[in-house]
Design a protein around this ligand. Structure first.
Ligand code: ASP
Length: 311
C-alpha cells in the first residue's frame, strides 16, 4: 500500500449563500454534485494519477453540471452570450495554461490544459482561443447547451438594475459559482484548476481573476496550490493566489496561516469578498472564505472528508 499522502479540495463558488434561501431538495442536489466531483478526483489520486489529471477531472464534473457558473451553467453576458474563463497550473514545473472569453467550449478547463501542453503560450483569448481549440479536436457545444432559464432571468434582472452582477450577489438568489480544485498526488506534486462564466451582464470583454495565473489560480510544489472564487477584480488587485504562496515562501507561514491572512485580512482591507481552496505538498488543506457561504469539499488520506456549504 502506498503511504504517501494524497489530498483533494474543491469549491463551487463563494457568496451570499444562506440556509433560508435553500430548499432541502436544492441543497441535496448541490451536495450530491460536489460529492461526485470530489469522488471523481480522489479516486484518480488513489489510483496514482497525477494531481493535474485529478483537478481537471474534478472541475469537468462541475463544469458539466448546470448548478455552477462554469461550462454548462455559465452565466450570460450583457449581449446574451457566454464568455468563459479558465486556467490550470502544474506545481511540479510551474507550467500553466489559460483561456479567457471563450464561447461554445464544453470544458474550458480542458482547453486550458491544451494551451499548456500543446501551445507555446500561457493565455489565449476569444476568437484566437477558439481557433486553437479547433486544432485540438476539443468538444464544442452550441448555444442551446449553455442556455439555462434561471441564468437568463438573472441577466434580465441585472440589465433592469443596470448592474454587472457577480453570480453570488444577493440580488440573484439561486445559483452560485465559479468552480475550482487543488490536489496533491502520490508523487508529491500539486496542481490547481479554476473555471468560470464570470459575471452576469458583464460587458466590454470583462475578464476576471480565474484565468489570471497568480490571481485566481496558482500552483508551486515548493509552497501550495490555490484556486479562488469571489469578486475577481479584487482577486486580481490582491494577486491573491500568489500572495498565499509568497507568505509561505518568504515569511515561512503555514498553509493555514497564509490562507487566513489573505482571505480574512488583506482581501477585506480592499473590500474583496470571496474565498479559496488550497493544498500544500504535505497534504494539508485550507478552505477559507469571508462570505456567508462557499460550496466546498475536501478529502485527504489523513482522514479529512467533507462536503459543506455554509459558514
Ligand atoms: N472570480 C470570478 C470572476 O470574477 C467569479 C466567481 O468566483 O464567482 O470572474
Amino acid at each position: 500500500m502506498n503511504t504517501a499522502p494524497i489530498s483533494l479540495a474543491l469549491h463551487g463558488g463563494a457568496g451570499t449563500i444562506n440556509r433560508d434561501q435553500m430548499s432541502p431538495e436544492k441543497e441535496a442536489n448541490y451536495r450530491a454534485t460536489l460529492q461526485l466531483a470530489l469522488q471523481t478526483g480522489y479516486a484518480l489520486l488513489e489510483k496514482g494519477a497525477s494531481a493535474l489529471d485529478a483537478v481537471e477531472a474534478t472541475v469537468k464534473v462541475l463544469e458539466d453540471s448546470p448548478l455552477f457558473n462554469a461550462g454548462k451553467g455559465a452565466v450570460f453576458t450583457n449581449t446574451g452570450t457566454h464568455e468563459m474563463d479558465a486556467s490550470i497550473m502544474d506545481g511540479s514545473n510551474l507550467e500553466a495554461g489559460a483561456v479567457a472569453g471563450v464561447s461554445g467550449i464544453k470544458n474550458p478547463i480542458s482547453l486550458s490544459r491544451m494551451v499548456m501542453e500543446k501551445s507555446e503560450h500561457v493565455l489565449l483569448m476569444g476568437e484566437g482561443a477558439l481557433e486553437f481549440a479547433k486544432t485540438q479536436n476539443i468538444a464544442q457545444e452550441n448555444a442551446d447547451y449553455f442556455y439555462d432559464e434561471l441564468r437568463f432571468n438573472q441577466l434580465q434582472e441585472a440589465k433592469k438594475n443596470n448592474v454587472t452582477q457577480l453570480d453570488h450577489s444577493p440580488l440573484n438568489e439561486k445559483k452560485y459559482g465559479t468552480v475550482g480544485a487543488v490536489a496533491l498526488d502520490v508523487q508529491g506534486n500539486i496542481a490547481a484548476a479554476t473555471s468560470t462564466g464570470g459575471m452576469t451582464n458583464k460587458k466590454f470583454g470583462r475578464v476576471g481573476d480565474s484565468p489570471i495565473i497568480g490571481a485566481g489560480n496558482y500552483a508551486n510544489n515548493a509552497t501550495c496550490a490555490v484556486s479562488c472564487t469571489g469578486s475577481g477584480e479584487f482577486f486580481i488587485r490582491g494577486v491573491v493566489a500568489y500572495d498565499v504562496s509568497c507568505l509561505m515562501e518568504y515569511k515561512g507561514l503555514s498553509l493555514e496561516d497564509a490562507c487566513n491572512e489573505v482571505v480574512h485580512n488583506r482581501l477585506l482591507k480592499i473590500n474583496g469578498d470571496g474565498g479559496l481552496v488550497a493544498v500544500d505538498a504535505q497534504g494539508n488543506v485550507s478552505l477559507p472564505f469571508n462570505t456567508s457561504g462557499m460550496y466546498r469539499a475536501a478529502k485527504t488520506s489523513e482522514g479529512i472528508d467533507f462536503v459543506e456549504i455554509y459558514k
